[in-house]
Design a protein around this ligand. Structure first.
Ligand SMILES: [Zn+2]
Length: 415
């Protein structure tokens, strides 16, 4: 049986549209990059709304904002719901915003009904999820989870040379609380899918079971530059031909684990890049992703084997360097079950899904039981001003978020 608490779809939608004005663009999107004046405005709005609902709002040392509504039982850590309010330079109205405002709507629903949870109920807005202004992405949640140190966060600079720490101080959102000092009972994050699967399958809710692991490589192929007119085909060491063959191998490696694996060659630099010179050197990236580390390991093995074969066949040297590796994330079975049961009892169509993108929840899952809820977005489009989601899907997501939080809350030991 679902709870008898129902979120208000119109109120949620009104909040999404109201906050979209902070950094709103002519094309209907949002440009609200982290730690800008616009970010300051939406933070102030969020704080005011939460305080109106009777929450205590605290800010930690990297600007993560926590709105806390006390629970009935002493000694329980809060159940946290949230996401981020920063956007890409040409971001949409839903990425991140839906997660924070959906959580705020769940909180409003509890307050309006006078419903007391066992554990404190926490709505969180993480700093710099997007990474558009300051790299890396998911920085605030990363410091919270101990993945990054505060000092490293402070020192990272934007393209103008402004330090993260200075930008945070400048907008007045550096708090006293040490990042990670507030332990949680669980963390749930509602987000648009940012991909096409739910829409294609006509499902309202994605029960997110984990996130893909990622491996980035750079291959440097060294052949021999020579005259395009005078060098016979069989006497060439053409670095670009090797690159093209390797790109096809990357596709084959991903297809060997279809439909879940993906592989991409996204950047290629050819030298000397001249029409009448056989290319002597190519630098190319390879991006491999899967939600099982064992499969990623196999994909890597196949990549090494392909490189050896191509190097021999094309008389080139190929050096492979790992640029970046993130292990696959598995969310917590109890949290996943709570989300699935919420969708089920509320009668929403749903399917299990893996996140192809990074989210704050990936970092949170390292320190607390975590899961995510996806809702469809139009044409799977995100990081785009045309990003769009329906009021029905946003409402379904927020309702499942509340339902899952209540189910987790009911299972906590009380005194
Ligand atoms: Zn996001």
């Amino acid at each position: 049986m679902p709870s008898n608490l129902r979120i208000d779809p119109q109120r949620l939608w009104a909040n999404l549209m109201e906050t979209a004005a902070f950094g709103g663009t002519a094309k209907g999107g949002i440009n609200r990059q982290t730690l800008t004046a616009e970010d300051g405005m939406v933070r102030a709005w969020f704080k005011r709304e939460a305080e109106t609902l009777g929450c205590r709002v605290t800010v930690d040392e990297v600007g993560n904002v926590f709105a806390l509504r006390p629970g009935r039982s002493a000694g329980l850590d809060p159940i946290a719901l949230g996401s981020h309010l920063d956007t890409q330079p040409t971001g949409g109205k839903f990425d991140g915003n839906l997660g924070v405002l959906g959580a705020l709507e769940a909180l409003r629903t509890l307050v309006a009904a006078g419903y007391e949870t066992n554990a404190p109920f926490l709505v969180v807005s993480w700093t710099n999820e997007e990474g558009a202004r300051f790299a890396p992405a998911m920085l605030g949640s990363g410091v919270y989870a101990g993945v990054y140190r505060r000092a490293d966060a402070d020192a990272t600079t934007d393209s103008q040379g402004t330090r993260f720490g200075d930008a945070l101080d400048a907008i007045g959102w550096r708090g006293e609380l040490k990042a990670g000092a507030m332990p949680l009972s669980a963390y749930l994050e509602l987000h648009i899918e940012q991909g096409p699967i739910l829409e294609l399958e006509n499902k309202a809710i994605g029960v997110v079971t984990g996130a893909q692991g990622v491996r980035w490589y750079e291959a440097t192929i060294t052949g021999r530059e020579s005259h395009a007119g005078t060098t016979p085909m069989l006497r060439r060491a053409d670095a670009f031909i090797a690159c093209a063959q390797l790109a096809l191998e990357v596709q084959a490696i991903a297809l060997a684990h279809k439909p879940t694996a993906v592989g991409t060659v996204g950047r290629v630099e050819v030298e000397p890049n001249s029409p009448n010179v056989v290319p002597g050197r190519v630098r190319m990236t390879v991006d491999l992703r899967h939600h099982e580390d064992a499969i990623l390991e196999d994909m890597q093995k196949r990549l090494h084997a392909a490189i050896e074969e191509i190097a021999l066949e094309d008389r080139v040297d190929i050096a492979l360097k790992t640029l970046h590796a993130v292990a696959a994330t598995k969310f917590h079975p109890d949290c996943i079950a709570a989300v699935r049961a919420g969708a089920e009892t509320l009668g929403f169509s749903h399917r299990d899904i893996i996140s192809g993108a990074g989210h704050d929840a990936v970092h949170l899952s390292k320190v607390t039981p975590t899961a995510m809820i996806f809702v469809p977005c139009k044409d799977g489009l995100s990081h785009n001003e045309a990003e769009s989601a329906t009021i029905e899907h946003c409402a379904a997501g927020a309702q499942v978020l509340l339902e899952a939080a209540l189910a987790l809350d009911a299972k906590l030991p009380t005194r």
